[in-house]
Design a binder for this molecule. Sequence first.
Ligand code: FE2
Length: 395
Amino acid sequence: MNAQDRMYDVGGVMLPRPFKPRRLGHFALWHTDLAMARRLYVDLLGFRETDTVVRNGEPVAVFTSHGTDHHSLAAIHASTAEGVRKAHYENGVLVNQISFQVGTLEEVVHAHEYFAQRQVPISRLGRDFPGSNWALYVLDPDGHRVEFYYGMEQIGWDRRSKPAAAYVRTVRDGFSLPQPAEMTEIINAEQSGVDLASGFRPAEALPCDYCVGGVMLPRPFKVAKIGPVGLFVADVDASERFYTDLLGLTKTEDVHYGGHRCVYLRCGTDHHCIALYPLALRRELKLNASTTLMSIGIEVATYKQLKDAVLFLREKGLRLIDSIPFELHPGIDYAAHLIGPDGHLIQLYHCMEQVGWDGRPRPGAERRRVEPVWPQTIEASPDTYVDQVLQGPLG
Ligand SMILES: [Fe+2]
């Protein structure tokens, strides 16, 4: 057995890598105008602001969440990009990070050894605040930063983030195991006089005018999940090898469109969490030539919410485009593609095809035909409304 064939004990299960990406937990984008990003993510899409990092009196990062994780979507000011990451940014990599949650802190540390041995560019092994997550960052072949993190600060019923005074251990360059539990850190902070109720708590500026499934909310929908992330890449073969052979994502299917091969990859049962498209397709689809990000996916909980969200967001000034071919989002039937004020393409949908134990996607002939005019109601599929775990109340 050579080194490439080695198997690793991951929590008692032998796997070909010493870690397993369990889910796409969050992602972040570079922005030059954080007020604009905040308006899009918080005001329009309804992500809850959880912390804003300020340096020299200016905000440099806005963290937002749709659930109990400290952040699921973050906007980072491009002025903070340094070194090779600045070079990638200037080359069109507007993705700050694509972040996968793994099962344990051990997996993060072992992933570091694994990637270092394979000469994968490593951005950092450390721990960040806000969010408290321990993480490894590596770069994909195009310079998109991929994170593997363990754990994440959870925000509960009072919507209050951990106060900065309880940020006990920022780690810049590596760490050893074991580490104290989050609970131990919190108890120690409290015993040293930190007011745990002094963290940031957002105010909702908009009136709750919309009834969403029986609950009055500021928007006619609620984000239920983030992802998939669509990336334009220079070499689809090389990126596929990176995300499958090295990272351990599973290929669900290829789509051949207009002579281009596009690849759809999954880490769980969702049809895909990452989609890879060749750069040449960006031009043919007449999409934003200044970014390698094709789209960010945002799932809402129901078909009705999807329809209502499209109306709401168009009313608020987002531009709906119909130039994304149906074939390019397999596993997602009804989808709307909206362009935000910053030029990012937002893929809004309500349901993702689920891939079961046999690993096979639904045959094309079995997939729903999407009508150009969306009907009032649609037939259920066997995997309708099975792919979401909505935590807590809607608002
Ligand atoms: Fe992260």
